[in-house]
Design a binder for this molecule. Sequence first.
Ligand SMILES: Nc1ncnc2c1ncn2[C@@H]1O[C@H](COP(=O)(O)O)[C@@H](O)[C@H]1OP(=O)(O)O
Ligand SMILES: [Mg+2]
Ligand SMILES: [Mg+2]
Ligand SMILES: [Mg+2]
Length: 391
Amino acid sequence: MSASIGHNPFLLRINSTNQLPISKLKFPFRFSVSTTPARNRTFASMSYDTQLAAAKKASSLAARLCQKVQKALLQADVQSKSDKSPVTVADYGSQAIISFILQKELPSIPFSLVAEEDSDDLRKEESRETLHRITELVNETLASDGISPLSEEQVLVAIDKGVSEGGPHGQHWVLDPIDGTKGFVRGDQYAIALALLDEGKVVLGVLACPNLPLASIAKRDESISEDKTGCLFFAKLNAGTYMQNLDGSSPTKVHVSDIENSEEASFFESYEAAHSSHDLSSLIAKKLGVKAPAVRIDSQAKYGALSRGDGAIYLRFPRKGYREKIWDHAAGYIVVAEAGGVASDAAGNPLDFSKGRYLDLDTGIIVTNHKLMPALLKAVQESIKEKVSSL
Ligand SMILES: Nc1ncnc2c1ncn2[C@@H]1O[C@H](COP(=O)(O)O)[C@@H](O)[C@H]1OP(=O)(O)O
Ligand SMILES: [Mg+2]
Ligand SMILES: [Mg+2]
Ligand SMILES: [Mg+2]
C-alpha cells in the first residue's frame, strides 16, 4: 500500500501505519467517507460490508452442501487423512465453495485464505472417486444459486488457496470448512466458521451452525425434537453480533448472558473429552459454585450459543502439547466479543490471531462475560495449580 502525505483529512486511514488516498481504493472496497482528520481514524472505521455479504453468502452455500452430505452420510464418504482425523467430502466441498465464492464476489481485493484443508490427499490416484463426488456436490450446490459448474481442477485449485500463513499484515480470510468433524460424522453439532483478519485483528466473523436450534438450548427439553434448527451468526468489528435463520430470515441482535453470580452460570465444553479436559472444567465449575451440569456440544457452535446467552461460560483445555489453530476460534471469538463477551487464554492474555496459522496460548481458552471473567480467571488458575501439584 502506498503511504503518503501528512495530515490530509481526505485520506482514509486504514491502519495504524498505512494511509491510502481515497482515489486509490478499488471498488468494491467500501468505507464511509469522513472529514475527520486522518490521524484520528483507524482501519476499524472501514465498514467491511462487501466482505461480510460475501462471507454470509459463501458460508450459507457451504452449509447447504454440508447438510446434504450429513443427511446422506455413508461410510464411503469418510476418508482417513494421514493424521487419522476423519475428513469427509463435505470438508473439502465446503472449503472449495467458500474459496470460490469469496474470490468471485470480491474480485478486486487481493485474496489470501488461511484454511484447514489442502488437496494433497485428494490429488492421489486412489482419491479419483472422492474428487469426482466432491466436484459433483460443489456443482449441485453452486447450481442452486445459478452459478456455472467447476472442473475438478478448479475445485482442487480453490481448496489449495487455503495455504496462506496469515500474519500481522494485510487482510486474510480464516476458514474452518467444517469445525467439529466428529460431531458432523455423529450427526450432531458442527459449524462452518469464516472470519476476516485485517492487520492481525479479527474484523468480521460468520458462523453457520446447521444443527443448532434457533431457540435457546439452555433448558431444552430433550424430548422435544421438532425444534427448528439452522443458525447463522455474524459479527463485524464495533457493529455487534446478529443471528438469523440459515434460510435467510431477518437478523436479530444477540447479547451474551449478563449473569453476575457464577452459581447461576452454566457452561459449555467439548463433547469429546480428548479435545478438552472434562476433569479440569468440573473442578473449575465446583470452585465457582456452578450448579448446572456441563453442556457438551461440538464445534464453535459453543461460541454461537454463548453469544446469545444460552450459557455464560465456555471452557476449553486441550491436552498438553496441542496447538490451537486460528480457524478453530477466529469466527467464534468475534461473534462472542461483539455480543459483549470476552475470551482469553488461561493466563488472562487476549487471543492473538496475528501469529500465523497457530494461536500461541497459555494452557487453554476461557470465554465469558466481562463481569464473570475475574472470578473465572481466579478459579481457572487455582484449579490448574491444584491439578499440576496433584500429578
Ligand atoms: N486432540 C484435539 N484436541 C483439541 N482439539 C482438537 C483435537 N483434534 C481436533 N481438534 C479440533 O478441535 C475442534 C473441535 O473441538 P470441539 O471439541 O470444541 O468440537 C475442531 O476444530 C477439531 O478439529 P476439526 O475442525 O477437524 O473438527
Ligand atoms: Mg476445527
Ligand atoms: Mg475442520
Ligand atoms: Mg479437521
